[in-house]
Ligand binder design. Structure first.
Ligand code: AMP
Length: 287
């Protein structure tokens, strides 16, 4: 059975568990515990095990599930018992939850109380550091650069970026890089191919990209948008444009390929490693 023990400490409660715990015990105990959490916020709990013989399977599940669902609702849990296996159970609970759980042997119950009272410090230090963090909050993004490769998934990259652009009311830059087609220098042997054809083809790709970006920018109907098609490889194009335009956030997609590129995608990896501003990588389905 589980019974509450009266305690006159703020946000610290105590229960005594004895015998083999059943589902019925939990059906009585958990709603009361839930109510305490709702009324008081995060609480600390002293659990005293007296002639404790474990759980029936369903009760063990009740215990585990409640613990997982309310991980953030407990500051500290002290378990006071007599047996080594109870100590091990406490250590396992501690490892699997955010709550600090510690076991004390019965003859050290006073230490358990002292330790529970220090729970306030945990909360205090969490609050202090949150305040510190807020003070350190970085400036809002003012100039967001989105690199688009015009693959079908680039819509997702753009959609993600737009959320931020609207949120920060930032300037939006859309860019696409067009790389010159590589063709080997075969000297004067023009019988095989004419380099001018490649140049013409590249120019067509460039023109088409200009047309697409132009259309996209108009359709976005956002007051502060600029767009540019840049000659060159995407990595250097994105990085140098970001630098020149003082972008404070670059948004790229990532398909994931191989090596480190498997995690980020090759362009994304290059941008993350070399950009001097923040980079947001939008995960796209593998190609
Ligand atoms: P990757 O996984 O290396 O193919 O990189 C994909 C992401 O890099 C795309 O979602 C774009 O954000 C960016 N990217 C790749 N190619 C270009 C390009 N030609 N122009 C602009 N951005 C590009």
């Amino acid at each position: 059975m589980i019974e509450f023990v009266p305690v006159s400490e703020k946000n610290i409660f105590a229960v005594r568990a004895s015998g083999k715990l059943t589902d019925a015990d939990y059906q009585q105990f958990l709603p009361r515990l839930q109510k305490l959490i709702e009324d008081c916020g995060p609480i600390s709990l002293m659990i005293e095990l007296v002639d404790f013989q474990g759980w029936e399977p369903k009760a063990a599940w009740d215990d585990f599930r409640f613990g997982m669902e309310h991980d953030k609702d407990f500051v500290r849990i002290a378990i006071v018992g007599q047996k080594a296996w109870q100590k091990w159970m406490s250590a396992i609970g501690d490892a699997f939850t955010l709550t600090k759980i510690r076991f004390f042997y019965q003859n050290r119950i006073q230490d358990a109380w002292d330790w529970l009272r220090k729970g306030d410090e945990d909360q205090l230090s969490a609050i202090t550091s949150t305040e510190e963090l807020l003070k350190e909050a970085p400036d809002a993004y003012r100039n967001i650069l989105v690199a688009l490769d015009f693959t079908p998934h680039s819509q997702k990259v753009l959609a993600r970026a737009l959320e931020l652009v609207h949120h920060y009311k930032a300037k939006l830059s859309l860019i696409h890089a067009v790389e010159n087609t590589f063709y080997p220098d075969l000297g004067n042997d023009l019988a095989m191919y004419d380099p001018a054809e490649f140049v013409e083809l590249d120019q067509k790709r460039h023109d088409r990209a200009v047309m697409l970006l132009d259309k996209l920018a108009r359709e976005l109907d956002y007051p502060d948008v600029q767009h540019e098609v840049i000659w060159g490889g995407p990595n250097s194009a994105i990085l140098s444009y970001a630098e020149a335009q003082k972008a404070d956030l670059i948004v790229v997609g990532s398909h994931g390929k191989h090596g480190i590129a498997r995690l980020l995608g090759s362009t994304a990896a290059a941008v993350v490693h070399n950009a001097r501003c923040d980079v947001m990588v939008v995960r796209l389905p593998d190609q």
